[in-house]
Design a protein around this ligand. Structure first.
Ligand code: AHR
Length: 493
């Protein structure tokens, strides 16, 4: 199979917001508890209750932003239950996710400490579905008010003198579903009311995010933009890649080529979704002031055998690595509108970066793509012209190769995905706009097995390797021999 990719190093199309590489951690299954929070008295080495192994692994991803506490959990979370002395915090039932007891030991202070340790922006999702306007107003006051006020005083009593800086705040989550089963017309009015009280205290400036559409609900986007567009900074979008359907999603590690193909095809659907939602946003906001916030995306499979169905614990294979690569390329292409994206979810839930079992931890193939692609964060996306053959399965076809390029600090990075499980791709990379022949280095994530993955017994079975499958490097270009099922990143300096 052959592909010609023209990289226009002199034609930047916009800046790739680093927030596209964002994360999402919900009180769901073992994401927060066990996966991130073990508590200060745990035998697992920790910093302020946060496990060190996970912290160190996540730090290497340069996580720009972390969304919390949900998800569906957000619209039944009452933040006041999660501050103050831990032993006296209220215990509640996490009705959405497994009906387990939530002891509220991980609350506002713990989350914001985690963000400080990771060096990332917090993105807090408020409770519009079952919470009050007052509760939402007071949460923002508690976190950001610097001075004398009931909430700021309470924060100080709870051990934090200075306010935190909080930029991203979501006004509800999936309010068309678990967040209140609302119609867009109703939610738009509710959004307008709640956001009024999400105040900017002192120098803190909140970027307000309204709940957006479920997948292809274009009417939701239209209504929100029309009725509330001028009151928001961002509008979310949720889309999950499910190889089968919601009743029969398919397994994370046991799948055939048809399921592999369906997963790739459904990942690419994100491009159509963004294009069509963005076209509606353009009508009401031609200056592109309102960011599209894809704050939930990723694969969703059947849970692993023997695990709580409400915990959404799934393994993660080379297939997920390609899904991640394809999504990033789509987000890069739409960097004029997509301001943030948050993979669901960071640890032990859905398309996770990290899986844990007791004191053990492993990095997933998806983790490795986030790590390899971090060079694109805040870089200038370059125009790429593609002329590639298709990967066919039955009557369906998708492009076999996906390429994206960006430039930062004098270096050009080109990421490539070959989604075909059986065919290598001869990629001719034509470079326009370089002043000299570049020095090239590269890494690749690949395997001979579609379902290659890491286990607690073999945590490094799949990891990036140095890659030398390129030749004929000149100022005009180079030739890359991209193995089947691979994600590669080339650095040109
Ligand atoms: O990420 C899991 C769940 O998926 C989230 O809680 C919800 O917002 C979405 O339906």
């Amino acid at each position: 199979m052959k592909a010609t990719e023209t990289i226009n190093a002199d034609l930047p199309i916009g800046t790739i917001s680093r927030h596209i590489y964002g994360h999402f951690a919900e009180h769901l299954g073992r994401c927060i508890y066990e996966g991130i929070w073990v508590g200060e008295d745990s035998a697992i080495p920790n910093t302020q209750g946060i496990r060190n192994d996970v912290l160190e692994a996540l730090k290497k991803l340069d996580i720009p932003v972390l969304r919390w506490p949900g998800g569906c959990f957000a619209d039944e979370y009452h933040w006041k239950d999660g501050v103050g002395p831990r032993e006296s915090r209220k215990r509640m039932v996490n009705t959405h996710w497994g009906g387990v007891v939530e002891n509220n030991h991980f609350g506002t202070h713990e989350f914001l400490a985690l963000c400080e340790l990771l060096g990332c922006e917090p993105y807090i999702c408020g409770n519009l579905g079952s919470g009050t306007v007052q509760e939402m107003q007071e949460w923002v006051e508690y976190m950001t008010f610097d001075g004398e006020s009931p909430m700021a005083n309470w924060r100080k009593e709870n051990g934090r003198d200075k306010p935190w800086r909080l930029k991203y705040f979501g006004v509800g989550n999936e309010n068309w579903g678990c967040g209140g089963s609302m119609r867009p017309e109703y939610y738009a009015d509710e959004y307008r009311r709640y956001q009024t009280y999400v105040r900017n205290y002192g120098g803190n400036r909140i970027y307000k995010i309204a709940c957006g559409s479920n997948t292809a609900d274009y009417h939701w986007t239209e209504t929100l933009m029309k009725q509330a567009g001028s009151h928001m900074d961002g509008l979310s979008l949720h889309y999950y890649t499910v190889p089968g359907n919601w009743e029969n999603k398919g397994a994370a590690t046991e799948f055939n080529e048809a399921e592999w193909f369906a997963t790739m095809r459904k990942s690419l659907y994100m491009d159509e979704l963004i294009t069509r939602h963005a076209a509606i946003m353009d009508r009401y906001d031609p200056e592109k002031r309102v960011g599209m916030i894809v704050d939930e995306w990723g694969t969703w499979y059947r849970v692993e055998e023997g695990t709580n169905p409400g915990f959404l614990y799934q393994q993660n294979t080379l297939r997920d690595a390609l899904v991640a690569g394809l999504h990033f390329h789509i987000f890069h292409r739409h960097c004029d509108r997509v301001h943030m994206a948050n993979i669901a979810q960071t640890v032990n839930v859905l398309q996770a970066m990290v899986l844990t079992e007791g004191a053990k931890m492993l990095l997933t193939p998806t983790y490795h793509v986030f790590e390899m692609f971090k060079v694109h964060q805040d870089a200038e996306a370059l125009a790429v012209h593609t002329d590639a053959d298709s990967y066919r399965n039955g009557n369906e076809a998708i492009p076999q190769v996906s390429v994206s390029a960006s430039r930062r600090d004098g270096k050009t990075h080109i990421s490539l995905c070959n989604v075909h499980p059986g065919e290598a791709a001869q990629v001719s990379l034509r470079l326009r706009g370089l002043s000299a022949a570049p020095k090239v280095s590269a890494r690749i994530l690949t395997s001979g097995e579609m379902n290659a993955h890491n286990t607690f017994e073999r945590p490094d079975a799949l990891a990036p390797q140095a890659f030398d499958g390129f030749a004929n490097v000149s100022q005009e270009g180079l030739a890359v021999q991209l193995p089947p099922m691979s994600v590669a990143v080339l650095e040109l300096s």
